[in-house]
Design a protein around this ligand. Structure first.
Ligand SMILES: [Zn+2]
Length: 595
């Protein structure tokens, strides 16, 4: 019932008191304001809303509730934040915790026993010989084998269960820890025939295993790598291989190097380059990034020239950029992997890391190297490829700088790209940062006007009937504003069909989480405007915005149609001209919407 507890804890926590422990807040009407702790500013745009139990910065877009405050400010995990706040609120989580802790402890003991057992087999037995030879051939030293507690699970039956019983570990424990699987003929050792890499959490206790097949049998094909099933200790997307040993070096170097394989990590550490980790059996996740952010905000991906262009690589880069990391690329010769290089020539591996390129230079160079940058279409393609990445950069200065560099590469003025950038400003990735309009100012940007109009619909629902009739959903240019408009339309149509008066106050709870947050922030923005002594005439403002957005999208369509005219066939031409007439008429109607 963690969810119920979290809600309870949230309700009993005073968000203003909590945040006030770290910074000065000043009351402004129903809300509180202060200088944003997440970006540098001279006039406060950081707002705390007690009624919505949220904080939001209208300068940098940082946003969240009591839990995310602690997670962001104190680098806590969610469970840690929950524990701290529960304690503050006087809510005991002890019952649940005692039971869980016992289960965890059992699981840990089981995994530890298995790790010891298989490690000894690798080191000391005849059955482990072939695996020892394989690791030696890959250049992994005995010291590294011991340090990373590598193991081997022979194909022949091993007396693991006997050994385990001596330590009070049962067959059922082995099954639940995922070390045994249950098959038609009873329990079997899941990792048989595999070299075992114990996976540790960042404190160094074993939470699961990855097994690499030692001898590939063409008659019995098997996956090269197998991971433990997920348990209460082990979640794939939350484990970084080697992090327990790399933590200090990552802090010291203020950089983490992300590689792909377990042997890459081991070989690198062996070469004395210890700020290196790998994702374990999965693509990079937001949870990984949260974990890394505790130690550094500088992340380098290491891959060879062949991998550089792959989509998975690009997705990981985008994710890290969106999470606010300074991302760079360690490029290896085609077909080389970090393990080979680190074993063959430790100095060269170290040098490759030193020579890393920041991600934008790397991507721009790649674009320039192709012949794309020579044609107009090619330039557009480069811009389309890189603008979403730039839009994800959470810091305005970095974004501006990146934009200038892209502009130079494609040879256009930055201001043209800036306008296009706006289209991508609301990322669809895991960390949604709505480009919420700043109170009072900034009527210029299209997205912000769309957002403001949506906010006004909640305050002045009567203006919506005109929108429903004339403003098509395509007039909204970002995923979230469009989705919210769609939701309002559906709500309106239902109410309209039933003959009810339109009132959007019930929409909130029907929305998905991300849109609900957007609505909260939009309404907060309007509220803050009101508190700043701006006379708000919602009805008037809504009409003006409606007119502008409608006119703008009609003009855009009109332009598009007119552009097609010169090359159109006579029949097409006829049709296009009719379109132009219709749009012109709609446009003049739109322009008459009384403000
Ligand atoms: Zn801020």
């Amino acid at each position: 019932m963690a969810d119920g507890v979290a809600t309870q804890v949230k309700e009993r926590t005073d968000i203003v008191a909590l945040i006030s422990e770290h910074m000065r807040l000043k009351r402004t009407g129903a809300n509180f304001k202060g200088l944003c702790p997440f970006h540098h500013e001279d006039t406060p745009s950081f707002v705390v809303s007690p009624s919505r139990q949220m904080f939001h910065c209208f300068g940098c877009g940082e946003s969240g509730d009591v839990f995310s405050w602690l997670m962001k400010r104190e680098s806590m995990t969610f469970p840690e934040a929950l524990r701290v706040l529960a304690q503050r609120a006087g809510i005991t989580l002890t019952f649940e915790r005692a039971e869980k802790r016992e289960e965890r402890d059992r699981l840990r003991a089981t995994l530890d026993t298995a790790a010891d057992f298989y490690h000894a087999i690798l080191l000391k037995t005849a059955e482990g010989r072939e695996a020892r030879d394989y690791l030696r051939d890959r250049g992994i030293s005995e010291e590294s084998i011991a340090r990373f507690r590598l193991g081997f699970v022979p194909v022949t039956t091993t007396p693991l269960l006997e050994k385990a019983k001596e330590r009070g570990v049962t067959q059922d424990d082995l099954l639940r820890a995922g070390i045994f699987g249950s098959g038609a003929r009873g329990p079997y050792e899941r990792f048989y025939g595999r070299i075992l890499f114990p996976l540790s959490d960042h404190h160094g206790s074993v939470v699961g295993f990855a097994g690499r097949i030692l001898r590939e049998e063409p008659t019995r094909p098997a996956a090269k790598y197998v991971n433990s099933p997920e348990t209460i200790l082990y979640t794939k997307g939350r484990i970084l291989y080697g992090l327990d040993r790399a933590r200090d070096a990552i802090r010291r170097e203020d950089l983490v190097v992300l590689v792909e394989g377990y042997t890459d990590v081991i070989a690198s550490h062996q070469a004395g380059v210890e700020h290196v980790v790998a994702t374990s059996g999965t693509a990079l996740t937001d949870d990984h990034l949260t974990l890394i952010a505790r130690y550094t905000k500088h992340l380098a991906f290491a891959f060879d020239a062949d991998e550089a262009g792959q989509e998975a690589t690009r997705r990981a880069i985008d994710l890290a950029v969106a999470a606010g990391f300074a991302v760079s690329v360690v490029l290896l010769p085609s077909g080389d992997d970090p393990a080979d290089l680190a074993v063959r020539d430790p100095a060269a591996w170290r040098q490759a890391i030193t020579d890393r390129r920041d991600v934008l230079s790397f991507l721009l160079d790649r674009a320039r190297a192709g012949d794309q940058a020579r044609t107009a279409e090619g330039k557009q393609a480069i811009a389309n490829d890189l603008l979403p990445l730039i839009a994800r950069m959470p810091h305005a200065v970095a974004r501006g700088d990146a934009l200038e560099r892209l502009a130079r590469t494609v040879g256009v003025e930055a201001r043209f790209l800036r306008e296009e950038l706006e289209r991508f400003r609301v990322p669809d990735g895991a960390a949604p940062r709505p480009a919420v309009f700043t109170p009072r100012t900034d009527a210029a940007s299209r997205v912000r006007r769309e957002e403001r109009l949506l906010a006004l619909f909640f305050t002045a629902p009567a203006t919506f009937s005109f929108a429903a009739e004339h403003l098509p959903p395509e007039a909204f240019t970002t995923g979230p504003t469009r989705a919210l408009y769609d939701a309002l339309l559906a709500w309106y149509n239902r109410a309209h069909a039933a003959g009810d008066a339109v009132d959007f106050s019930g929409v909130h709870e029907t929305l998905p989480e991300d849109l609900r947050r957007l609505v909260d922030v939009l309404q907060l923005a309007l509220e803050v405007e009101g508190e700043e002594d701006v006379v708000l005439d919602a009805d008037h403002d809504a009409r003006t915005l409606l007119r502008d957005l409608l006119a703008q999208s009609l003009r855009r369509d009109l332009q598009e149609v007119t552009r097609k005219l010169p090359t159109a066939s006579p029949e097409e031409r006829e049709h296009l001209l009719q379109e132009v007439a219709r749009m012109t008429e709609e446009l003049s109607r739109a322009e008459q919407i009384a403000p």
